[in-house]
Design a protein around this ligand. Sequence first.
Ligand code: SF4
Length: 434
Amino acid sequence: EEDIDAIPALTARALRAAGGGGRTINVSIGTFVPKPHTAFQWEPQLAAVTAYEYIERLKRAMPKGAKLKLNDPQNSFLEGVFSRGDRRLAPLIEKAWRTGARLDAWSEYFNLGRWQETAAELGIDLNDYLRRRELDEVLPWDHIDCGLEPDFQARELAKAREEAYTPDCRVHGCQGCGLCDFKTIKPVVYDAAAARAEAPRGFSARPAVRQPEGAYYYRFTYEKRGLARFVGHLEFLQTLFRAVERAGLPVKFSQGFNPSPRISFSPALPLGMESLAEYFTAELQTPLSDLDGWLKRMNDEMPQGFNILEIKLTGKGQPLKIVTDYRITLPVEVPADEIDKFLRAGEYPLSVIRKGRKREIDARPLVRGIEVLDDSTLALSMVSEISKAGIKPLEFIQALLGAKNKNDENDKNDKDTPVRVVKLAWREDDGNGY
Ligand code: SF4
């Protein structure tokens, strides 16, 4: 309660300290989720309904200039359940999956009701996982030994309640957590100079912020195949940044508190789609003298399924309008009549969801070409333009199949039809095509 009143007051002080003048401060608010193996593992979690009340209070009390970023309390509820869950939740996960739960970390797929209904069917009380645990209670994770003294977390909890500080043991001496044997395990304070001297090849251990030297832009074309198609765009970014670091590529970094490699990517590939024609553009400090050598060095560091095909010196800009070629394999006969109708149509409005809202987009000008290759395979070329809403190839194909099924009075659910889409190539748009 006190914290809820203190957050707007603290934000107002921070804004004043920032000097006003139209500055904004981002304030991220989320329900605290007690986690196992921490001092708060026994604490109850705030109920979602209370969290919503607090959010409303904060919205009313926040000063001008504060930008509230909110975590959905329903997400936190489920996170709390699984954070301190036990083996009874395994059948819940399986049953929820069988009833359609997928990608629940994405807000557009998250459906708490489904989890609650499934839990009720299995006789599981989800709220029970958020309750206060007794200090002498056997906890579901007690059999996992983290190496701490058994009573250390309870002592820390008592100190937290008294608002007592636990000093940093690297500077102020051992606090008795029990982790160190002081022979092989002991606190080590990072020494940047020593780390640089000891760094093996490929690990540069350089300071995060570097001084810019030159600016050389290289386009790396790569393929994403096999199981790698299930690696999402954001996960790939992190994987690539590590590969770049290990390979020792002289990439430039952005400035500021969170420097990150200056690398820009081709538009995100939908999850599950393979591609022979992805690219990223890296801004380097120095030119690369041996492109074949760098190709090998980078590929040695890339995970399975990702393969760099070409490295090419390029310019700073990204192509604004591109045509992408796809090969589409259907589990059913290609809807030749629907394709024919589409090609003759002046417009082809499709209803799609963008940023959680329903939109209608005319697919006709976005399809540059479509050709039947055999009974179950199509070649499709689609136009996409940066910062303009487009259509995904799968959405377009599902629409054609849906129209065919409707005409055939077939009850088949087009969303369940497994379609394989492979991105083959891309080029800047020259306006030629159908
Ligand atoms: S020095 Fe080691 S044993 Fe002591 S508090 Fe720190 S981590 Fe725990």
